[in-house]
Design a protein around this ligand. Structure first.
Ligand code: NAD
Ligand code: UGA
Length: 467
C-alpha cells in the first residue's frame, strides 16, 4: 500500500531543489522537508538570518520566511537527512560532459550516481527515490540497479521520475500553479503505490487533473521533449527574424499573426538575441546524443539544428553591430544592458550577453556592462571562462556599472541583451545627451519604442526588422 510521506529529503539546494522543496514545505505543513547540499556556502546562504538567499527568484523569500525553521530545513548533513526521510528528491546538477565518451553532448551523470550511491550506503529503511534532475532516458533504471546492488536487507527502493518544468524568474508562480506535474513509475503494484505516495504530496495544492501519471521512460523523455520543443519554437522564430531583416517584414507582426492560430498559441514566440539558460542547450544536446546512440542520425541532426540556429542568431547579432558601426568597433565604447539570460533572475548560465561581450572584446571594443541583479563577481567569472585571455586583460576592456545611465555615458552604442522591466523606464532623452553621436541602439529583446527613439535622434536596429 502507498506510504504516507512524513519526511522528505532533497539532495541538491540549487535553482530546482531549493524553490521546489521550499514550496512543498509551505504547502504541506504536516511534512518535514530537509534540503541538503555539499556546498556549505550555499546552505549558509539559505539559512541567512537576513534572507540573502543564494538565488534570486520573485516570491521565494516569502516562501522561505514562512516555512524555514517550521518544517523546512537547510543542512549539509546529507547522511542524516537521507536516513530520516521516507521520500528523497535527487535534484543535483546534470551538466553537459566536458570530456570522455559523448563529450560536448551527453549529460554528466556523475553527480546523480554519487548521490544514488550515498542513498544506498546510508539508508537503514525503505525509501522512495525521486529523480527530479533532468536526465537521459532510462537513468532511473541505472539508479535502481545501483540501489538494489548496495541495499541493506529489508530496505526497498522504489524509483520515480518527477521532472521539473519551472522556468527561472517565475519559479514560485510556476510551482504554486503548475500546468502539470508529471510522475513516472514502473507499472508494477509497488511502482504504482510509490507513485500514489508522491501524488498525494502534490495533491495538497495541485488539482488532481493536473497531476499526470505515466511510465518511467515516458516521463524521462517528456522532459527532454518539452525543452526541445520550447527551444525549437525560439529557433524557428529567430530563423524567421533573419528573413524579416532581409525583406522588411517585422518579426513581431509575423509572430502575432502566426500565434493567433489557436493550434499554435501566442506564447514563447518572442524573437531574441538567442536563448540562454542552463537547460535548453544542455537538454537538446542530450537528446541529440541519445538519438545518435540509438542509431537515428536524421533525428539527431534535426534537433542539433535548433542549437546551431541559436549560435547563428547570437553571431548574426554581434556582426550586425560591427557592420552598422561602420565596420569597426575597435576602441569604441559599447554599453551592454543586461547580463542575466532572461529577466527576473540573477542566473547567467549560457546567457547570450556573454557571447556578445566576448565578440565585442575580440573586436577590441571597450564594453560597459550593467545588470540589475547579477553580482559583479559572477560577471568576472563568466568572462574569465568565455574570453580566451587573462582576466586582467579583460578587465582593461570591460567596466561594470551601477546603473543603465552610467553604463551608457560616452558610449557609441547601447545593446539591450536582457528584457529587464527597468529598461522600459530608461530616460532615453537623458541617455542620448551623454552618448557620442551618431548614437546607436541595438535592441536584442524587442522592447524599445522605435519611433520614439528615432525621434530623439537615435539610430535604432531591432532583431527581425529591416533597417
Ligand atoms: P544547481 O547547480 O543550481 O544545483 C545543484 C546542486 O546540487 C548544487 O548546489 C550541488 O552542490 C548539489 N550537489 C551535487 N551533488 C551533490 C551530492 N552528491 N550531494 C549533495 N548535493 C549535491 O542545478 P539546478 O539548476 O538546480 O538543476 C538541477 C537539475 O534540475 C538539472 O538536472 C537541471 O537540468 C534540472 N532543471 C533545472 C531547471 C532550472 O530552471 N534551473 C529547471 C528544470 C529542471
Ligand atoms: C526553461 C523552460 O521554460 C522550463 O519549462 C524548464 O523547466 C526549464 O527550461 C529547465 O528545464 O531548466 P528557463 O530556461 O528557466 O526555463 O527560462 P525560459 O523562460 O524558458 O527562457 C529560456 C531562454 O529563452 C531565455 O534566454 C529567454 O530569454 C529565451 N526566450 C524565451 C526567447 O528568446 N523567446 C521566447 O519567446 C521565450
Amino acid at each position: 500500500a502507498p506510504v504516507q510521506v512524513k519526511k522528505i529529503c532533497c539532495i541538491g539546494a540549487g535553482y530546482v531543489g531549493g524553490p521546489t522543496c521550499a514550496v512543498i514545505a509551505l504547502k504541506c505543513p504536516q511534512i518535514e522537508v530537509t534540503i541538503v547540499d555539499l556546498n556549505q556556502a550555499r546552505i549558509d546562504a539559505w539559512n541567512d538570518k537576513d534572507f540573502n538567499l543564494p538565488i534570486y527568484e520573485p516570491g521565494l523569500e516569502d516562501v522561505v520566511r514562512a516555512a524555514r525553521g517550521r518544517n523546512l530545513f537547510f543542512s549539509t548533513e546529507v547522511d542524516k537527512a537521507i536516513q530520516d526521510a521516507d521520500l528523497i528528491f535527487v535534484s543535483v546538477n546534470t551538466p553537459t560532459k566536458k570530456g570522455g565518451v559523448g563529450a560536448g553532448f551527453a549529460a554528466d551523470l556523475n553527480y546523480i550516481e554519487l548521490a544514488t550511491r550515498q542513498i544506498a550506503k546510508v539508508s537503514n529503511s525503505s525509501k522512495i527515490v525521486v529523480e527530479k534532475s533532468t536526465v537521459p532516458c532510462r537513468t532511473a533504471e541505472s539508479m535502481r540497479t545501483i540501489l538494489e546492488a548496495n541495499s541493506k536487507p529489508g530496505c526497498r527502493f522504489d524509483i520515480l521520475s518527477n521532472p521539473e518544468f519551472l522556468a527561472e524568474g517565475t519559479a514560485i508562480d510556476d510551482l504554486f500553479a503548475p500546468d502539470r506535474v508529471l510522475i513516472g513509475s514502473l507499472q508494477t503494484q509497488e511502482g504504482k503505490d510509490a507513485c500514489e505516495s508522491l501524488r498525494s504530496v502534490y495533491a495538497n495544492w495541485v488539482p488532481t487533473e493536473r497531476i499526470l501519471t505515466v511510465g518511467l521512460w515516458s516521463s524521462e523523455l517528456s522532459k527532454l521533449a518539452a525543452n526541445a520543443m520550447l527551444a525549437q519554437r525560439i529557433s524557428s522564430i529567430n530563423a524567421l527574424s533573419a528573413i524579416c531583416e532581409a525583406t522588411g517584414a517585422n518579426i513581431d507582426e509575423v509572430a502575432h499573426a502566426v500565434g493567433y492560430d489557436s493550434r499554435m498559441g501566442n506564447k514563447f514566440l518572442k524573437a531574441s538575441v538567442g536563448f540562454g539558460g542552463s537547460c535548453f542547450q544542455k537538454d537538446i544536446l542530450n537528446l541529440v546524443y541519445l538519438s545518435e546512440t540509438l542509431h537515428l542520425p536524421e533525428v539527431a541532426a534535426y534537433w542539433k539544428q535548433v542549437v546551431t540556429m541559436n549560435e547563428h542568431q547570437k553571431r548574426r547579432f554581434s556582426k550586425r553591430v560591427v557592420d552598422t558601426l561602420f565596420n569597426t568597433i575597435t576602441g569604441k565604447r559599447i554599453a551592454v544592458l543586461g547580463f542575466a539570460f532572461k529577466a527576473d533572475t540573477g542566473d547567467t548560465r549560457e546567457s547570450a550577453a556573454i557571447t556578445l561581450i566576448r565578440d565585442f572584446v575580440a573586436e577590441r571594443a571597450i564594453v560597459n556592462v550593467y545588470d540589475p541583479k547579477v553580482v559583479e563577481e559572477q560577471i568576472w567569472l563568466d568572462l574569465e571562462e568565455s574570453i580566451p585571455q587573462p582576466l586582467a586583460a579583460t578587465k582593461k576592456q570591460v567596466v561594470i556599472h551601477k546603473s543603465a545611465l552610467e553604463a551608457c555615458k560616452n558610449a557609441e552604442a547601447v545593446i539591450i541583451a536582457t528584457e529587464w522591466k527597468e529598461f522600459l523606464q530608461i530616460d532615453w532623452t537623458e541617455v542620448y545627451k551623454h552618448m557620442n553621436k551618431p548614437a546607436f541602439v541595438f535592441d536584442g529583446r524587442l522592447i524599445v519604442d522605435v519611433p520614439k527613439l528615432t525621434e530623439i535622434g537615435f539610430k535604432v536596429t531591432s532583431i527581425g526588422r529591416g533597417d
